[in-house]
Design a protein. Structure first.
Length: 74
């Protein structure tokens, strides 16, 4: 048995405590992340699609629901 495996078997409390510390630090760091779901924030402002989106947002106002109509496919 390797030294690592032997250490894991003989010191289970140390292993569990170490994993708990890593999980807590990871949860703390993850809680500081910021979610950006707006496509216009992910693209450069000079992109034509972002500029068209901003023009549409200026006319429509609320962009939470935007329906597009297309002709039927044949």
């Amino acid at each position: 048995m390797s030294n690592i495996a032997r250490g894991l078997v003989h010191r289970p409390r140390t292993v569990v405590a170490s994993l708990l510390v890593v999980a807590l630090v990871s949860a703390w760091l993850a809680s500081r992340l910021e979610l950006r779901s707006d496509f216009s924030e992910l693209l450069p402002t000079s992109d034509p699609a972002v500029q068209a989106l901003e023009r549409t947002r200026g006319r429509v106002g609320d962009m939470s629901l935007l329906l597009l109509g297309t002709p039927p496919y044949r």
